[in-house]
Design a protein around this ligand. Structure first.
Ligand SMILES: [Zn+2]
Length: 400
């Protein structure tokens, strides 16, 4: 039996109900659906009741209750819907060199860049990778993240990719207070020690079938860009994954426009991510489809690139999520509230758009919209109590 508990006198409870009703599109600031002086009743699994404190039903007045004294707000637990959580090795010295003027190509030619991470990840044991990933997940938890997507992709061979996906299974057992969504991203880059055609064969005929059979991932993701996987190769991988029962994500239109956002929409992928170079055709496809546009402003910041055209996507009617893209090369940050700050400052997103981007739209990007991302009776009780009176204080405080 799970104990029923309540929080009363929350300064606001942000349910996000309107956002869900509007399918996460064309949002105005009131769509965060704030209940002033709110109360919530829940057990360890589900939300049982939510409303104004003065309307709390008598039957819940005897349960274990915490009075928030109108000093703290409640919102759905944050959802970081795009991370590369599992890898080993440090690229701190490379970062310092890059900042001092070395180009990405120079670093790569010396065997640095992604190769550094691949080498360290291949050499690391499951235990070591787990220990590193667990520390990172706990940092994310402290930022208010309750659901986190984690990709493989730093093995670039069958065995290491399987090893990284196993680590995500271990995280689930170790941290039941968080939800881990597992994504196979074998097609993250071309391995340095194998021909692309051979590696593609391995992905299609060996790793993907085994990932599906062992249920090691819910999603398959592909990096489609110049110098990585072509649109046709990406489509082959994604179609194979779909046949095997996996859901789809695409690293799309980041460095160059390849019309991979359009492909993601055509294949009904749950999300198309990055989109720095998305075309008008890609935006039109997002506006009419269900594919979520997952924007990663921390990466644009870290690489000193232009931000994704968030306003254009939002005004066209696209659903936008924002995530950290936590990874060792292009965004070494787990601070999702900082990404919300960038979304406000550099992508001109309004309060409700930012709220939706880390709650219900992020839940949609992970196929979890019927249980997460909103505060509603029957939804998972993974909401967070903020140390602030209002939601917007999270991203007003830059990098806290
Ligand atoms: Zn990524």
């Amino acid at each position: 039996m799970t104990t029923i508990q309540a929080f009363t006198h929350a300064s606001f409870i942000y349910t996000g109900e309107n956002i869900v009703q509007k399918d996460g599109r064309h949002l105005n600031v009131n769509d965060v659906s704030a209940i002033e002086d709110g109360a919530i009743v829940f057990n360890s699994k589900k939300i049982i009741w939510v409303g104004k404190t003065e309307e709390l039903p008598i039957k819940y007045k005897k349960v274990k209750t915490t009075d928030l004294k109108n000093k703290k707000a409640i919102m759905p637990g944050l959802i970081d819907s795009h991370t590369h959580l599992v890898f080993a090795g440090s690229r701190a010295s490379e970062f310092a060199r890059r900042c001092a003027g070395a180009t990405y190509q120079e670093i790569a030619n010396e065997g640095g860049g992604i190769l550094t991470t691949v080498k360290a990840t291949r050499e690391a044991s499951v235990e070591k990778l787990f220990e590193l990933a667990l520390k990172r997940a706990l940092i994310s938890y402290r930022y208010g993240v309750r659901t986190i997507e984690c990709k493989s992709g730093y093995g670039l061979d069958h065995d290491t990719e399987m090893k990284c996906l196993t680590v995500i299974q271990h995280l689930r057992k170790a941290l039941p207070q968080m939800t881990f969504v597992s994504t196979y991203l074998g097609a993250h880059a071309i391995p340095h020690d194998q021909k692309k055609s051979r590696y593609l064969d391995d992905i299609l005929h060996k790793t993907l079938p085994m990932v599906a059979q062992k249920k090691l991932a819910e999603f398959c993701d592909v990096f489609i860009d110049e110098g990585y996987f072509s649109l046709a190769e990406g489509e082959r991988i994604l179609r194979t994954a779909k046949k095997l029962g996996l859901k789809l994500k695409v690293h799309a239109d980041e460095m160059q426009n390849t019309e991979s956002t359009k492909l993601a929409c055509k294949l009904h992928a749950h999300s198309a991510d990055h989109l720095l170079k998305v075309s008008d055709k890609g935006i039109a496809a997002l506006a009419v489809g269900n594919t979520v546009a997952t924007l990663l402003p921390g990466t644009a910041f870290y690489l000193k690139m232009d931000y994704a055209p968030a306003r254009k996507i939002l005004d066209a009617g696209g659903r936008v999520a924002v995530a950290t893209d936590f990874n060792p090369g292009s965004c070494y940050s787990l601070n999702l509230p900082l990404m919300m700050n960038f979304s406000a400052l550099y992508m001109q997103m309004n309060l409700a758009e930012i709220f939706a981007s880390v709650t219900s739209n992020a839940a949609s990007a992970l196929g979890l919209e019927s249980s997460k991302g909103s505060i509603k009776r029957g939804y998972d009780s993974d909401f967070v109590v903020l140390p602030y009176e209002r939601f917007e204080e999270i991203y007003y405080r830059m990098g806290w």
